[in-house]
Design a protein around this ligand. Structure first.
Ligand SMILES: Nc1ncnc2c1ncn2[C@@H]1O[C@H](COP(=O)(O)OP(=O)(O)OP(=O)(O)O)[C@@H](O)[C@H]1O
Ligand SMILES: [Mg+2]
Length: 138
């Protein structure tokens, strides 16, 4: 397990950019952390690593596609609680495909995550200030 500390969104992105060096086709990154933790900021860093731009929150679309040296699939499954069979099928196609999948609120689909998924937990600590984040990579 690795632990990083961040004091700004930019720092969170740069932690993600460096972390992403270990990712490639077929990688799955499972992001957890409360609302406003910085999950989307972390995805921006990962997308930057693959030369993909304009990361936006896929809250309403469930998945955004970013074109890069490897395609990046950015999920936000906040609204999925108990995925039905049809949902599982199309999500599985991404998870076991050749892109890099990054999933916000990954615990909502915990039982679907492949064995090799990397877990990234982002947490706040009010005692450390408003912009403090701890990023745990397991
Ligand atoms: N160290 C930090 N790292 C990341 N974001 C930070 C940090 N400090 C403050 N912030 C702020 O916290 C917010 C993080 O927003 P972001 O959309 O990345 O969170 P999120 O975890 O994706 O939230 P949601 O669950 O709503 O999708 C932004 O407003 C950002 O400016
Ligand atoms: Mg988000």
């Amino acid at each position: 397990m690795e632990i990083f500390r961040s004091a700004s969104p930019e720092e969170t992105e740069s932690v993600a950019l460096r972390f992403a060096e270990r990712l490639g086709p077929g990688s799955v990154v499972a992001l957890t952390g409360p609302l406003g933790a910085g999950k989307t900021a972390f995805v921006k860093g990962i997308a930057a690593r693959f030369g993909a731009a304009s990361v936006t929150s896929p809250t309403y679309t469930l998945v955004n596609h970013y074109d890069g040296s490897v395609p990046v699939y950015h999920f936000d499954v906040y609204r999925i609680e108990d995925p039905d069979d049809e949902t599982r099928l199309w999500i599985d196609e991404y998870l076991f495909g050749d892109g890099v999948c990054v999933i916000e609120w990954a615990d909502n689909i915990a039982d679907m995550l492949p064995e090799g998924a990397v877990r990234v937990e982002i947490s706040k600590d009010p005692a450390m200030g408003e912009n403090f984040r701890e990023i745990k990579i397991c």
